[in-house]
Ligand binder design. Structure first.
Ligand SMILES: C[S@@+](CC[C@H](N)C(=O)[O-])C[C@H]1O[C@@H](n2cnc3c(N)ncnc32)[C@H](O)[C@@H]1O
Length: 207
């Protein structure tokens, strides 16, 4: 069962197959968790490290960036940030994996306003409420803070996805208090597009 979200130039489907319970079952699966923390561990960290090193080269991330990874599962992206020198980095997920990943719902992040310099997420497609996903990132980023999303635009959403994105513009429009810094193709664990946004220093409506 799908419903088309009809906002101006927003084009993504919200589906009910990627519900929170369905998602939780996968994240809690002990066999999968063993694979993610053993066989997949180093492979994913090395790929994330390449992405983060490039962002450092482009001055979008520094060793001093207080950083959050949204929907980080067992935290390979957090570990990658640590390894490239960004030591003040943590993740949130419905299921914690301490010390790398704290328990938290990305629709209601457990952090104060203006906390992070940098936020990364490759789980936009898991957002049941995409506008809240974006709003929470903007709330917890400092003015001038950078958000990097890896999203699926060209490919198909999988059975755990809660929405299916048809254009980069659709996700950019959700970030009402941010400016688009850049978009490029990536090959990131199913995600095909990197979107970089910066929260406006002047707040919302100054775009
Ligand atoms: C495809 S996995 C990606 C995990 C990780 N980013 C990676 O690349 O290995 C999606 C993750 O999003 C998490 N997730 C789904 N809904 C969430 C929510 N509302 N709040 C926080 N995390 C959520 C799931 O538990 C799952 O770990």
């Amino acid at each position: 069962m799908f419903c088309l979200v009809a906002l101006p130039s927003i084009s993504f489907f919200i589906s009910n197959f990627g519900g929170k319970k369905h998602q939780l079952n996968k994240t809690l699966n002990p066999k999968l968790r063993r694979i993610w923390t053993t066989r997949d561990w180093e492979r994913k960290i090395s790929v994330f490290s390449v992405f983060f090193t490039r962002l450092k080269d482009h001055h979008l991330l520094t060793n001093h960036s207080k950083s959050l990874c949204v929907g980080a599962r067992v935290g390979q992206e957090v570990e990658a940030l640590h390894r490239v020198g960004v030591l003040d980095a943590v993740g949130i997920d419905l299921v914690p994996y301490p010390p790398l990943v704290l328990k938290g719902d990305f629709h209601n992040q457990p952090f104060h306003n203006d906390t992070f310099d940098f936020e990364f997420s490759n789980v936009f497609d898991h957002a049941l409420y995409p506008e809240r996903f974006a709003g929470e990132i903007e709330r917890t980023l400092i003015p001038g803070g950078v958000c990097v999303l890896h999203v699926v635009v060209k490919g198909m959403a999988d059975k755990y996805s809660a929405n299916d994105l048809y254009s980069v513009a659709a996700v950019v429009e959700l970030f009402r208090c941010s400016d688009l810094v850049g978009v490029r193709e990536v090959d990131g664990f199913g995600a095909d597009t990197e979107v970089v946004l910066r929260k406006r220093k002047g707040g919302c409506g100054n775009g």
